[in-house]
Ligand binder design. Structure first.
Ligand code: KG4
Ligand code: ZN
Length: 353
């Protein structure tokens, strides 16, 4: 069974072909990130326009990589939420049109569930991917950390899960992006903070970890504001001083120490709760999913502190991609999840787990 996955919820236009829920046959991504980087964050209108330009070439490229024709494709899965409305619409309308004209079953995929299913890809003939050798087992604890989500989810089985906790304000990736902006580091913030942190001392500053009422809930807005206040103090500037002018007043070693200290605290926050959940639920496997799952610091802290081994997927499959949606589509087909109506499927920008 071969499923075409289409993903366009944010700034990546992505399509992939996955076979049988574990083999990645083709994976193409076009990103408008370079344009957004000039503005320090995603501009929704630019993202939507870029999707329109890229979506057909990206689908064609995924089919070519997989050496597939439309006759080989058994179904189409598309992200219908959560995400930016204009971006989601392009993917959903494209998938609907293709499902009708090519007469394929259509699956409506939850973006965040998709991130988790990236970890179920174990084989590929494509060069340049490092995949886990085995699929994770249930019960499965998933730490989902991206630009839009910070969640701990316990899966008892496919499509049978409980949300243990989530962020009350910023997602961890969003906090990285905002702190990077104040430090004058390029978008996306996660990788640029990770890079800058290599030159800094992670113990130079002690930013507070948020204390939450929910055992597995997160908050990143407090630590993010603490960074801003620290920078204002270091620069001798009042709270109402324009934040975009602060980076120019910091030295490179100061920026590196702030990046390293913030990264340490943000990653520790999600690792602390993952370990707490591991102890309580004793899952058979733990996976990390979403763009921040590509972070070497997160992988290191988990490897050091988690009392079980954990296999990571390729960093290219942590940030938004079509492979995770195609693979989720494979499992939706296998488990006979309801089909979407290609004449009416709408978008759900605020879809939750
Ligand atoms: O999953 P994703 O591509 O999009 C969303 O669904 O949000 O995640 C994007 C987020 C951004 O906030 C970005 O800064 C972060 O993931 N990110 C990283 C890394 N690569 C992307 N954070 C830490 N380390 C990375 N290597
Ligand atoms: Zn994502």
């Amino acid at each position: 069974m071969k499923i075409l996955g289409i993903e366009s919820s944010c700034d990546e236009t992505a399509a992939a072909i996955v076979e049988d829920g574990y083999t990645l046959l083709g994976n193409a991504v076009a990103t408008s990130m370079d344009i957004h980087a000039q503005y320090g964050g995603v501009i929704p209108e630019i993202a939507a326009r870029s999707h329109i330009e890229s979506i057909i070439p990206v689908i064609k490229e995924a089919l070519e990589q997989a050496a597939c024709t439309w006759d080989d494709i058994d179904g189409i899965a598309v992200t219908y939420g959560a995400g930016l409305s204009g971006s989601l619409l392009v993917g959903v309308m494209t998938a609907r049109s293709l499902a009708i004209t090519k007469q394929k079953p259509l699956y409506a995929a939850n973006h965040v569930e998709g991130h988790v299913y990236a970890n179920f890809l174990t084989q590929t003939p494509l060069p340049g991917y490092t995949l886990p050798s085995n699929q994770p087992s249930f019960p499965l604890l998933a730490l989902i950390v991206s630009g839009g989500h910070s969640q701990l989810v316990l899966f008892r089985d496919h499509f049978d899960y409980t949300l243990l906790g989530q962020t009350h304000d910023d997602a961890i990736g969003e906090a990285f992006d905002k702190v990077a902006k104040v430090l004058g580091l390029p978008y996306p913030g996660g990788p640029s903070i990770g890079k800058k942190a290599l030159e800094g001392n992670p113990l130079a500053f002690t930013f507070p970890k948020a204390k939450m009422p929910g055992k597995y809930d997160f908050s990143f807005s407090g630590p993010k504001t603490a960074v801003l206040r620290t920078i204002q103090e270091l620069c001798g500037k009042p709270h109402d001083f324009p934040s975009f002018e602060l980076a120019g007043l910091l030295s490179e070693p100061q920026k590196a120490d702030i990046a390293a200290s913030f990264q340490r605290i943000a990653v520790e926050t999600v690792v602390d709760k993952t370990i707490l959940a591991y102890k309580e639920f004793q899952p058979a496997s733990v996976v990390i999913a979403g763009g921040v799952a590509a972070s070497p610091e997160l992988r290191k802290q988990l490897a050091d502190r988690l009392p079980c081994s954990i296999s990571y997927t390729d960093p290219k499959l942590c940030t938004d991609n079509g492979a995770m949606i195609a693979n989720l589509g494979c499992f939706m087909a296998k488990h006979q999840r309801p089909l979407a109506d290609p004449y009416t499927l709408g978008i759900e920008p605020n879809l939750s787990m």
